[in-house]
Design a protein around this ligand. Sequence first.
Ligand SMILES: Nc1ncnc2c1ncn2[C@@H]1O[C@H](COP(=O)(O)OP(=O)(O)OP(=O)(O)O)[C@@H](O)[C@H]1O
Length: 486
Amino acid sequence: MGKRTRESFENETLPPTTKQQEEVASLDPSLPTLPWMRKPLIVDSFPAVQVHQLGCLDPRLISALQDIGIESLFPVQVAVWQQVVGLGGGERDICVCSPTGSGKTLAYALPIVQMLSTRVVRRLRALVVLPTRDLAVQVKAVFDTIASAVGLSVGLAIGQTQIANEAAELVELPRKCVHHFSTSEVEMLDFPSSRIDILVATPGRLMDHITSTEGFTLEHLRYMVIDESDRLLRQAYQDWLPHSLERIFTKGQSKQSLLKGLGRGFGMANHYRAMKMVVSATLTRDPAKISQLKLCFPLLISANVEEKRYQLPKQLQSYKMMLEDQKTIVFTASVTSTHRLFLLLQCCGTRLKAVEYSSLQHQHDRSKALAAFREGDAKVLIASDAITRGMDVEGVMNVINYDVPVYAKTYVHRVGRTARAGKPGSSYTLLRREEVRHFKEMLQKVENSKCKRFKLPQQTLDELYPCYIEGLNKLKEVTVTETIKV
Ligand SMILES: Nc1ncnc2c1ncn2[C@@H]1O[C@H](COP(=O)(O)OP(=O)(O)OP(=O)(O)O)[C@@H](O)[C@H]1O
């Protein structure tokens, strides 16, 4: 097995045992549910609101939103806005559980940018943590589109460049300069200052900066967002969560900060606490996991009205494809299967340009594949579960599960790559006969999960069969060559 790098750690699929334990723990009805989770604020009770009708929204942000084609806010965005910007905003921590593609990124980005838009001194006041680099890049892009409109600066800490270069982008260290009227050196700044207002980070690099970047501090944080939280809560890398929480000063500011008026608030008006926002389409209900977040008067904002654990987008059309009693190759969700399917498609000589995306690849190749898919140069992306969560690619019309996922949570994240932002989309799941029962049971945990049977006409299958056989034969040769190279 290769060396376990941080990169592979942050992108890898968890071993089944850990996943299994979590699923069992979170579904066991005998386990207690936290009382505040039983009374959520229901997202659908909030109507969509036109951006210009939203109280307090800075006109510069209205223009920035309109420039990217956003005229109204989705219900989850209105619900979060009220908790952050509305009366008493920021007094409670919030957990947001809303379906894939419902607009959770803007739900936290917009109120944070609005609240920081009146800041006087630049300090690191918002931190967003995400499990993978590609997700962090995507979320930073969302912040960038609105933050620059109000003069806020957004940084990225994902370990794509050397730590020293990244640190220089985040913190400005005291500089010495020659005094104009004498030869003596005087210090221009007597303390390091932040170059950014908002930081989007992966846990590994965040820890690197916490432990080794001079002047990097979370002392002034007003907002901490933990996105894709259920996955992040399984990433214990260097105990990033307790270490980060410890560094967010919660009982008041240091005397020095107060004197300089550089507290969490603006000027001398200090807020004594950073607000936490915990976000996921499949938020964990496991009290042990939630307790790690040290939430303060938490409020659950949830799209789930019924007792189901998860919810799919209402516009999603799901189909199941059953492979009758034929000899069939079934691909699993593993990274090796991803690669094999990718090779097979090439060997079948299909004209569709396909790319693969898995944690077996180097970050550079993975990002290149994603870029090709985003830009439409590649029409098919074959992926392991490295991409199931959060990735937002415009125009994805179909999701195909070549293998049925083992967990409802995985199914929700996978099919959620389509039917986003109120647009239509379809998902197809290939099933062997013996998998049908498991699939049905899995769907019972999910709202809007009706799944019709989809049958390919026999004639289509007959036409494709020779090409498939030829592809399989070629694949044998290709895999032998690859093995020799390795
Ligand atoms: N108010 C809006 N109007 C139109 N489009 C929007 C709006 N808000 C967000 N979107 C678009 O909706 C898409 C999905 O948003 P986003 O990625 O935030 O979803 P998500 O809820 O975080 O999904 P996931 O759980 O899969 O991460 C994006 O393409 C985004 O640009």
